[in-house]
Design a protein around this ligand. Structure first.
Ligand code: UD1
Length: 430
């Protein structure tokens, strides 16, 4: 267990580099199961989610090792292993991304229904329907999906659910279809940059995927994939979090390595709140000199404002000069941060599926509890802007998706330190 102790009220200033995208790295690691040679991924962030999926893949007979700080090498050693252990997948929803590659390459998979962030009901029906359309047969046995197929066959698949497409579902079906016989057309495909990146990675290994970044992806199956080397795109959620931190503390920060095109709708909203933004080819600079202006914000699938930045932007709007409203159309229940932001002096209330935020002049430091990854990030941002000391318990949740967040923030001038917490039972034992 970790604690972050934050001494708030310091405007952030300076230059910081964004790491590689977690949500691109994870499905690519799973897709490495498809390859007949070693896969080298560059720019992989060192995160607990990456570590956890590495353990799943080791249990599935892969050698997974870091060959330098952010380069991960993955290679199949034993192609007979097909069971993903529950103890890892329950902590990592993206662990379910091994299902498609396993069935496509090894003909059989035993994968537990996934866990992951506590952000409401997260079904996998679309993953299963899509893979079934390619010829996968499955049954549920004691919480595990037990799936089989001879060679998968191309098909037309629709992945549009009631709340838009599914991101990891698109990753699962696209990765499997790469080795299916014939042509697969995925309608209602996710358009997120991480899915585009996964498709480019698979093409680098010999796949034939067209239509990436559009709602219709066309895949012509190939008999095998080779190994290869690929550099992952920068993490737009980390970049957006750092920019929001700058806005909340009325600072001036340049995030280098970030791709402005991936954050267009977020930058547009930040501008509407009063931020001055200079977007260059591979960097984004934000300056904020006043409290934000209020607005209505809706998290949507790409190219909309990502649900993974909703909590952080909600924290920012908590300091606005007026009343804002935030809705999350992707995960309508994703508001674990609301009660904790109120502990810090925010004035937020749930109303008809949205959050209505009456802006306050400042947060006041307090002890708060981290929960899901992005809700925890929102608490860090609030702590940075708060007067006095904020203590964030269970801060290890942040390590799932942010590489050395406290070091990056300290580099920008924030008063933030990580401490180990000792749980009460341990004190008793000692
Ligand atoms: C991915 C991201 C996560 C992000 C989310 C939405 C990864 C590893 N995780 O999660 O960070 O918050 O996209 O951008 O990339 N749904 C169904 N049936 C399904 C699957 C999903 O109805 O079979 C619904 C979900 O309940 C949700 C919506 O579709 O309302 C989007 O979920 P989805 O895109 O699948 O999220 P993840 O891929 O799990």
């Amino acid at each position: 267990m970790a604690i972050f102790r934050i001494f708030g009220g310091v405007p952030l200033h300076g230059d910081v580099r964004v790491g590689g995208a977690k949500n691109a790295a994870l499905p690519m690691m799973a897709a490495a199961l498809l390859a007949d040679g070693p896969v080298r991924l560059e720019g992989v962030p060192q995160l607990t989610d990456v570590e956890m999926l590495g353990r799943v893949l080791r249990a599935l007979g892969m050698r997974v090792r870091w060959t330098n700080e952010n380069r991960l090498c993955l290679e199949t050693i034993n192609a007979r292993a097909v069971e993903a252990p529950y103890k890892y997948v329950r902590r990592l929803r993206a662990g379910f991304c091994v299902l498609g590659p396993l069935v496509a390459r090894r003909g059989r998979a035993v994968v537990p229904l996934p866990g992951g962030c506590r952000i409401g009901d997260r079904p996998v029906d679309l993953h299963l329907a899509g893979l079934s359309a390619l010829g996968m047969r499955w049954r549920l046995e004691r919480g595990f999906i037990v799936a089989e197929a001879e060679r998968l066959a191309g098909a037309e698949v629709d992945l549009a659910g009631p709340r838009g497409s599914t991101v990891t579902g698109t990753a699962n079906v696209m990765s499997a279809a790469v080795l299916a016989e014939g042509i697969t057309i995925i309608r209602g495909a996710a358009r997120e940059p991480e899915i585009v990146d996964l498709g480019r990675f698979l093409n680098r290994l010999g796949a034939r995927i067209d239509g990436l970044g559009t709602p219709e992806i066309r895949i012509t199956g190939v008999p095998r994939l080779s190994g290869g080397t690929y550099r992952i795109i920068p993490d737009r959620i980390e970049a957006g979090t750092l920019l929001t931190a700058a806005a909340m503390t009325q600072g001036n920060v340049r995030v280098s390595g970030a791709i402005p095109e991936h954050l267009e709708s977020v930058l547009e909203h930040l501008r509407q709140m009063g931020a001055e933004i200079v977007a260059e080819e591979k960097s984004i600079e934000l300056r904020m000199t006043d409290r934000p202006l209020p607005l209505e914000l809706e998290a949507r699938p790409y190219p909309g404002v990502p649900t993974d930045l909703q909590a952080q932007l909600t924290a920012l709007l908590s300091l606005a000069r007026g009343t804002s409203r935030v809705t999350d159309t992707v995960f309508p229940q994703r508001f674990l941060h609301v009660p904790e932001l109120n502990r810090l002096g925010g004035r937020l209330r749930r109303k008809n599926g949205s959050v209505v935020i009456e802006g306050v002049e400042r947060f006041r430091g307090a002890a708060v509890q981290a929960s899901d990854l992005r809700a925890s990030a929102a608490l860090v941002l609030a702590g940075l802007a708060a007067r006095g000391e904020t203590v964030i318990h269970a801060a290890q949740h942040l390590d799932r998706g942010y590489e050395r967040l406290e070091e990056k923030l300290a580099w920008l001038g924030a008063g933030i330190v990580r401490e180990k917490s000792i749980c009460p039972q341990m004190v008793h034992v000692m």
